[in-house]
Design a protein around this ligand. Structure first.
Ligand SMILES: *[C@@H]1O[C@H](CO)[C@@H](O)[C@H](O)[C@H]1NC(C)=O
Ligand SMILES: *[C@@H]1O[C@H](CO)[C@@H](O)[C@H](O)[C@H]1NC(C)=O
Ligand SMILES: *[C@@H]1O[C@H](CO)[C@@H](O)[C@H](O)[C@H]1NC(C)=O
Length: 862
């Protein structure tokens, strides 16, 4: 009965669908700054305790920042003495959190109170038994607190804390009455890592005599010959710089960011690190941020062997071993991703083998299957739902009370209808806001990076202190929309967006959303986004509503296929509502549409045909089913030699299936990775020629030309989404996001969309605009991948945050943006084409028609 408006549904899907692929990148301290629920009430009273209380009305539960309940704050029984720190206010967060910021406030109580804590310390614990005193990067424990009873004082925790329990310990320099209200800011610690044990880091003496200290200076466990039972620099969210002798500005001595070891200091040629987790997890990957200054004898590891253990049992005998390709060309520090192949464990022991004299790590993060713990961690659901439901529940409640008095059934029905209308309006508003938020969030990501502050400088200078307060607000609560007061948000948006458009060089202040978008292609947020990959993940093709109508005019017959003829071969990927399988099938011809040219397929030969089968789980909800059917409708109309075809469907009974082509050589990324480069280091002849590469690129351009002619926006063009057949034929598909293999290519904005940021144009990242022109940008990156033979990820030397930062540089266009370098195999003309795909103004980028023409032309030249 409650049909939500369509855009709302689509948006909900955007928010919810992506949860299972919580292939989260490493935690970003600049983004992870959500209020954790003292002020918002998300933390229940029972989880707040204290050493003592002065009275019932100053109990621990009243220690909530910005709340005036009770007598206005938590106050301990007796005054706090300078040398006797026994009073504390304790918060149990019920799960490990990454805490980056704390806020304190005294007791004001409408002018009656005048108590506050001038200083305080923080103690924290992960298990509730071992307590650790927080220290800043210079070893100082005491934080400056309040100077009056009403102002909120916020302090960044540098380094951040990973804990479940946190204690605020008031500190004074003379005996005084103290009261406290507090808040913690951060996010759920999805890694689940509780401690790591590693050999102590060492010192490197440079030829000039400079000593580089590679110890783990913020390790919070026991220190000795080795480090045990703690967390430290490898989990502080700060990646080291390319040059290990340089440090981020707040750091104290050279080498601060890295923990490093010398090969002579260990036996066996490896460094062994043991990681303990909060519970048994299903691991997908480990990402290790390594230095690679090979000129100074530092390299990433050449091999890693990992052992797994569940609970207290023995280490499982079967180790997982990964051999890495060393890089003697690029000295940048980088994240190395090691797939952990869904091994289940509560502890992992890895041996990292030296490739050179030194090995230096600055971060190690783990990705484990989020679907395993969807209750405890799913930030968007947990946090979006309360804010949207709470108010409505209250409306409902009060009305019910009135109704009990009235006892009139008709009125009851009328009121119910009114509630429904209000509820719908409320939802619509919330979702509208949420959609702008998503957009806004992406802005805030970049805004919250220090060097990005100049991006909207004019904003700040153009208005008064009002603006300044809202920018402070941004800094404290970036990406914390779920707890944000809507009024602040509304205030912020109007001044943000139009200015934004101006900056983009839009000529007249017409409809803001139209700027820079080609005719007829609506803005992302307005487009009726057709979620073609709804079942398994990516929202791949977006289809303007207009085009949909045109398309739905024709009738296309897709044959029903008897599913028993499918032979399962392997699982390609999966998502919340379905899976993609690689299957073999015989006798496909009989079931395909009559206009289908068989030569297109491999079926002409004797061996069975390979197909990809996308399946909707039987328990999928109605929306997922509708999307699946819609996807079939759209797919059935795409007919191009360079686009994967829908062959047949099984929709007569559950589970619903669609059968698409698959190509014998798998995806282009893997295909190219298997090729020999023929570089000077190897004696091999290259196995793939320049003309083959160009031929493949031309086909991708041709397929995209077809899609763009239909106004289809692919949104995830990359080599992982192109399939390779015989003789280097290419077809564009859309499996990318549903495959674990490529999880590292997607960046998860805390609790929100999962995005292939390294392929995305600046306007897609910053403004959420996906157009044919942003597909052109992605094509440029795909072209680059092709000519590097997929040897590395685009911008592999940059962290996800740096990629987003670089996006800001593309936006500003002041010559500070970093472009992907010219690949060795790539002639100048093709590199020039790539660069033109990455032009700032969408209208300056070539069309797929031009690109195709150009690539074809360069073919005939040679
Ligand atoms: C790490 O090295 C620095 C520089 O010598 C030293 O000041 C610091 O105390 C060391 N940290 C630990 C935890 O050993
Ligand atoms: C781990 O997760 C993957 C993907 O969700 C699943 O296929 C696999 O069965 C899980 N492993 C175990 C042991 O549950
Ligand atoms: C350490 O690395 C250096 C440089 O690669 C190498 O010459 C030396 O043999 C290595 N030592 C050990 C013990 O492996």
């Amino acid at each position: 009965m409650l049909a939500l408006p369509r855009p709302a549904l689509l948006l909900l899907k955007l928010l919810l669908l992506h949860i299972p692929w919580a292939m989260r990148a490493q935690v970003n301290p600049a983004v992870c700054r959500y209020p954790l629920g003292m002020s918002g009430g998300h933390i229940p009273d029972d989880d707040i305790s204290a050493s003592s209380q002065w009275s019932e009305s100053t109990a621990a539960k009243y220690g909530r920042l910005d709340s005036e309940d009770g007598d206005g704050a938590w106050c301990p029984e007796v005054p706090v003495e300078p040398n006797d720190l026994k009073e504390f206010l304790q918060i149990d967060l019920r799960a490990l959190h990454f805490i980056t910021l704390v806020g304190t406030q005294g007791r004001h109580a409408g002018g009656h109170g005048n108590e506050f804590a001038p200083m305080y310390k923080i103690n924290y614990s992960r298990d509730g038994t071992r307590w650790i005193s927080w220290r800043n990067r210079h070893g100082k424990q005491v934080l400056d607190g309040n100077t009056n009873p009403y102002d909120i004082v916020l302090k960044d925790l540098e380094p951040p804390v990973i804990a479940r329990f946190v204690r605020f310990i008031p500190v004074t320099d003379h005996s005084m009455n103290v009261c406290l209200r507090v808040e913690l800011y951060g996010c759920v610690w999805l890694d689940g890592l509780v401690s790591y044990n590693a050999p102590a880091g060492q010192q490197l003496v440079l030829p000039g005599g400079t000593i580089i200290y590679l110890n783990d200076s913020v390790y919070d466990g026991a220190f000795g010959y080795s480090m045990t039972e703690g967390l430290g620099q490898l989990t502080d969210g700060v990646s080291g710089l390319d040059d290990f002798t340089q440090t981020h500005e707040y750091h104290v001595w050279p080498g601060y960011d890295y923990v490093g070891w010398h090969n002579e200091s260990t036996t066996g040629g490896y460094v062994e690190i043991t990681f303990e987790f909060d519970r048994i997890r299903n691991f997908t990957a480990m990402k290790v941020h390594c230095n690679n200054m090979f000129a100074k004898g530092v390299k990433i590891f050449k091999e890693v062997q990992c052992y797994f253990r569940s609970d207290a049992s023995e280490w499982a005998p079967s180790a997982l071993s990964s051999v890495l390709v060393l890089d003697d060309v690029n000295p940048s520090a980088r994240f190395v991703t090691v797939p952990l192949l869904h091994r289940m464990a509560s502890a992992i022991k890895c041996q990292y083998y030296f490739a050179d004299a030194w090995m230096m790590f600055s971060e190690i993060t783990f990705q484990s299957d989020a679907a395993m713990y969807n209750n405890s961690v799913a930030p968007p659901v947990v946090s979006v739902v309360p804010t949207t439901y709470d108010p409505t529940l209250k409306v409902d409640d009060s009305n019910t009370r009135i109704l009990i008095g009235c006892l009139v059934a008709i009125i009851f029905i009328l009121v119910t209808i009114i509630i429904i209308i209000l509820w719908r309006q409320f939802w619509q508003k919330m979702l509208e806001k949420a959609s702008r938020r998503m957009l806004d969030d992406e802005m805030t990501v970049s805004l919250s990076l220090p060097s990005e502050s100049s991006m909207f400088n004019h904003n700040r200078s153009s208005s008064s202190s009002e603006q300044e307060s809202s920018s402070t607000y941004d800094r404290i609560f970036p990406l914390g929309p779920d707890y944000q007061e809507p009024s602040r948000l509304i205030r912020k948006l109007p001044e943000f967006m139009p200015e934004e458009e101006e900056e983009m060089g839009c000529s007249s202040p017409v409809k803001p959303s139209q700027a820079g978008v080609p005719e007829g292609v609506p803005h992302y947020a307005e487009a009726d986004i057709m979620n073609l990959q709804g079942v398994t993940g990516s929202n791949t093709y977006s289809v303007p509503a207009l085009t949909m109508d045109l398309l739905s005019g024709k009738d296309v017959v897709i044959e029903e296929f008897p599913r028993k003829l499918l032979t399962f071969k392997e699982k390609l990927g999966e998502g919340q509502f379905g899976e993609v399988h690689l299957c073999e099938v015989e006798g496909m011809e009989k079931f395909m549409g009559k206009d289908f040219a068989l030569e297109d397929l491999d079926a002409s030969s004797n061996h069975p045909l390979l197909v990809a089968v996308k399946m909707l789980r039987a328990d999928a909800n109605k929306n997922a089913r509708n999307d699946f059917l819609k996807e079939i409708k759209i797919m059935s109309r795409l007919k191009d030699p360079n686009i994967i075809r829908l062959l047949a469907v099984c929709i007569a009974d559950d589970p619903l299936c669609m059968i698409t082509e698959y190509m014998e050589n798998g995806d282009l990324n893997q295909f190219l990775s298997r090729q020999q480069t023929g570089s000077p280091h190897t004696s091999h002849e290259p196995t793939i020629s320049y003309s083959n590469l160009r031929f493949m690129a031309t086909q991708i351009a041709s397929g995209m030309k077809y899609l763009s002619s239909l106004n289809f926006v692919h949104r995830d063009l990359a080599t992982r989404n192109c399939l390779v057949g015989k003789q280097y034929t290419i077809k564009i598909a859309d499996f990318g996001m549903s495959r674990n293999l490529y999880s590292g290519d997607y960046y998860r904005i805390q609790g929100r969309a999962v995005l292939p940021i390294r392929w995305m144009s600046w306007e897609s990242i910053l403004l959420g605009k996906f157009t044919t022109a942003s597909d052109v940008w992605a094509f440029g990156v795909t072209l680059w991948e092709t000519f590097t033979l997929c040897r590395e990820q685009p911008y592999s030397q940059m962290s996800d945050e740096q990629v987003i930062e670089n996006t800001g540089e593309f936006f500003r266009d002041q010559g500070r943006q970093t472009y992907l370098p010219q690949p060795a195999l790539c002639p100048d003309s093709v590199y020039k084409l790539m660069l033109s795909c990455w032009r700032r103004d969408t209208k300056d980028r070539p069309s797929f028609h031009d690109i195709h023409h150009l690539l074809q032309g360069s073919a005939s030249e040679e």
